[in-house]
Write a protein that binds this ligand. Structure first.
Ligand code: IMP
Length: 420
């Protein structure tokens, strides 16, 4: 039996979808434990491209997908995804925690209102209502999946919550009227459609574990977007690190054994907030174009920079990463020089850790180690098929992080994945 957790080690968009798809060959259950449809996972299989936001990507290979209690769900989006998969001949085998929170119409309005209020200081959210939904969960004003199975329960929750939301929207200068009956009717329809999926998913996972089934936990976003350990306040609102997996799925942390960190061979970020190794020159544009660095969820261009090993080490420490999967190595082909950030200079002093204070992060100057570039290469079958300079690059990363690289992805196709 194998229990694996996949964690993004940077700012998200590390290519987790492809690696999850690759690893899920051996899994029976694939579980999302945090985030919502702010995430975007792209999986390419032959001529088909699947873009998933909330459904666990393992369902594409016929696995049982679980959306855990730590997730926030926009029911309209979830149904579009289920219907979209069905049209491509995939009927997802899905279970949704009755404790997962629902993104309500006012959460999306509030996400936009808060960003507008912040103006220049905005976070650059995906405007999917993620932050307001998690805020309501923590302040105990949320609506959970189980609540939409019972009209009386939902009606009384809405009576309690809507008047306050209406006032907050007004304070932000929004005139939209929250129509209780309309929301109640819409969500009762969702409840009817969802009821076959809603379950005590922690018990399903417990049972699966007892029976020795293989389970794969699929993280969304990346460590630097973790609400505690990321570049706060320029983060998402959930616990992205491995500890969040136990809380967000009800699966005991002692049973998590294999924690795989996904690391893109360079760095990208969408939204606002500092990124010490960001490039503002032609190399940054080259990485963006060659790596197709445009958001799956919002289509926004991603900011690009050299690989930052201080960031990845932060992730390794926090999640106890047991091995790494490197993605998009091929995007670095054909460059004369490849650089890696191995430290920062903060107020003139070298430091080797990621500072907690956002003002400090914003003035960190990267310290780089340089590598010779390498030429274009095609579909390597073994590690020794990769150019020597690229091998040196990967070996340096391992020795710096003291974590083994076990998978290297050199292209979007399933077969462009190398076991090391
Ligand atoms: P939110 O999660 O929509 O509240 O957005 C908060 C921050 O996280 C913004 O900078 C988003 O661009 C970023 N973000 C959220 N989800 C993802 C993701 O899946 N990949 C990359 N960035 C993300």
């Amino acid at each position: 039996m194998v229990v694996q957790v996949v964690i993004g080690t940077q700012w998200g968009d590390e290519g987790k979808g492809k690696i999850v798809d690759y690893l899920s060959k051996d899994a029976e259950y694939v579980v999302r434990f945090q985030g919502g449809n702010n995430a975007g996972h792209t999986i390419k299989i032959k001529n088909d491209v699947y873009k998933l936001h909330i459904v666990p990507s393992g369902v594409i290979s016929g696995k049982i997908g679980i959306i855990g209690n730590g997730c926030v769900i926009d029911p309209g989006v979830l149904f579009e995804e289920i219907d979209g998969l069905s049209k491509k001949g995939i009927v997802p085998r899905l279970l949704i925690s009755n404790r997962a929170h629902l993104i309500m119409p006012y959460h999306k309005l509030l996400d936009g209102a808060e960003e507008r209020y912040l103006g220049e200081k905005k976070i650059g959210t995906t405007k999917r209502g993620i932050g307001p939904c998690y805020s309501d969960k923590i302040s105990r004003n949320g609506i959970r999946m189980g609540d939409i199975l019972n009209k009386t329960t939902l009606s009384s929750r809405l009576d309690q919550i809507l008047p306050i939301k209406q006032r907050i929207l007004k304070a932000y200068g929004f005139d939209e009227v929250l129509d209780k009956e309309e929301i109640l009717d819409t969500f009762m329809v969702y409840g009817e459609r969802f009821k076959k999926y809603i379950a005590d998913t922690h018990l399903v996972l417990h049972d699966a574990f007892e029976k020795g089934k293989n389970i794969l936990f699929e993280g969304a976003q990346g460590t630097m977007l973790d609400v505690d350990y990321g570049t706060y306040p320029f983060t998402t609102s959930s616990h992205v690190i491995a500890g969040g997996c136990a809380i967000g799925s009800g699966f005991p942390p002692s049973n998590l054994t294999d924690i795989i960190g996904i690391m893109k061979a360079y760095t990208t970020r969408v939204g606002e907030g500092p990124m010490p190794s960001e490039l503002f020159d032609d190399v940054g544009i080259y990485l963006q174009q060659k790596g197709h660095e445009f958001g799956t969820t919002t289509s926004r261009p991603r900011r690009c920079g050299w690989l930052d090993l201080i960031v990845v080490r932060h992730a390794c420490i926090l999640s106890g990463i047991t091995r790494l999967a490197v993605t998009k190595l091929d995007v670095l082909n054909d460059l004369d020089v490849v650089k890696v950030c191995i430290g920062y200079r903060l107020n003139g002093k070298p430091i080797d850790y990621f500072p907690s204070c956002i003002q400090d992060v914003s003035i960190c100057e990267p310290i780089y180690k340089e590598f010779s570039g390498w030429p274009e290469f095609q579909c390597p079958k073994t590690f020794s098929d990769i150019p020597k300079q690229a091998q040196d690059y990967l070996r340096f990363i391992e020795s710096f992080l003291k974590v083994k690289i076990s998978v290297v992805s050199t292209g979007p196709e399933r077969d462009e994945t190398l076991k090391v």
